[in-house]
Design a protein around this ligand. Structure first.
Ligand code: SF4
Length: 83
């Protein structure tokens, strides 16, 4: 696990979140409010939707703050920093 990346584990999927990349665009909160709730701690409840719903909404995160690994092999990670 890279430094600065937090992980939220549920059956079938692990959601990753890198706070330093989050632009608070709220795509995630609007897309799946049961999973992403900024008023709750922890603010991500990875098991509050289906794996496919999580993947669909995490894919909308414009800054790549959010990523995932699914048990069936789907992965989203931030592009490597250049340089
Ligand atoms: S969609 Fe991405 S950038 Fe926007 S609030 Fe969620 S995690 Fe942060």
């Amino acid at each position: 696990m890279q430094e600065g990346i937090r992980e939220y584990v549920a059956p079938g999927v692990t959601i990753t979140w890198e706070p330093g990349r989050c632009r608070h665009a709220t795509e995630c909160v609007r897309g799946l409010p049961t999973v992403f709730d900024r008023e709750r701690r922890p603010w991500i409840a990875a098991d509050a939707a289906t794996v496919d719903e999580v993947v669909e909404v995490v894919d909308r995160c414009p800054s790549f703050a959010l990523g995932y690994r699914t048990d069936d092999g789907r992965v989203r990670t931030a592009p490597e920093a250049s340089g």
